[in-house]
Design a protein around this ligand. Structure first.
Ligand code: URA
Length: 237
């Protein structure tokens, strides 16, 4: 890729500002001052701006512990979004949330620049598991567990069988294999036990890193990325 294009994609500045930075000799590619922004950057080259090394990865994979009262959206005029919790370079690179969590739901949210990966992970055909911990009004019992296992009838569809583990009288860990709008809340609601708090703890092969406090994030490890690509049925370079 051309140096000026790469720099602007990495969020260093606009394309024309990047050309100025290059002209001013502030950019080096593997230690050498390039002649112009048109030069192609060889794979694996180290790029520095004012002596500081840039992270040149164009593909990004992020695990965020989404806090309550933050929207799963790219932008919003009034409220903070999950993108506001990441450095601006992630938006510049086209990083997007994979699916959504409600405003009042917290926990694991995957964000990536790989749209195809995200699309496949969300495909209703793929049935990627998602695990949530729900605190409900009322007490959970064996009948709830059996109803979840049988597939709860909602207004417009019957949910696929879901595993419900009762971990406290008013708390359940549920794994669903689909991701319809407000699905988990609607499932508990259908049992007359509305959800008071909801947290996602797993998405496919990813488990929420409990060292991340709400609002904190980290890049996925190589192993986590490979596991996601395997679930999506894709090759990962
Ligand atoms: N199900 C819900 O009801 N809400 C979420 O945020 C996620 C799953």
């Amino acid at each position: 890729m051309r140096l000026d294009k790469l720099l602007s994609q990495l969020g260093a500045a606009t394309r024309s500002q990047c050309r100025e930075l290059i002209k001013a000799g502030r950019v080096r590619v593997s230690g050498i001052v390039p002649r112009s922004g048109e030069e192609a950057v060889p794979p694996g080259a180290e790029i520095t701006l004012d002596g500081k090394r840039l992270d040149t990865r164009l593909d990004r994979y992020v695990m965020l512990n989404k806090p309550k009262d933050v929207l799963t959206a790219a932008e919003d005029r009034r409220m903070r979004t999950v993108m506001d919790l990441l450095p601006p370079v992630y938006a510049a690179l086209g990083c997007m949330p994979v699916g959504r969590l409600d405003r009042d739901t917290e926990g694991l949210l995957l964000l990536t620049t790989d749209g195809e990966l995200g699309h496949r992970l969300l495909s209703p055909k793929r049935h990627v598991d998602k695990t949530y911990i729900a605190r409900v009004e009322g007490w959970l019992d064996e009948e709830d567990r059996a109803a979840f296992a049988a597939g709860i009838q909602l207004k417009d569809f019957t949910a696929l069988p879901a595993a419900l583990e009762i971990i406290a009288p008013d708390m359940g860990r549920v794994t669903v294999r689909e991701g319809k709008y407000h699905q988990v809340k609607r499932m508990f609601g259908a049992r007359g036990k509305p959800v008071k708090e909801l947290k996602r703890t797993a998405f496919g092969p990813l488990t929420l890193d409990e060292s991340l406090r709400p609002g904190e994030w980290r890049e996925l490890t190589e192993e986590e990325c490979a596991a996601l690509y395997a679930v999506a049925g894709m090759e990962h370079e």
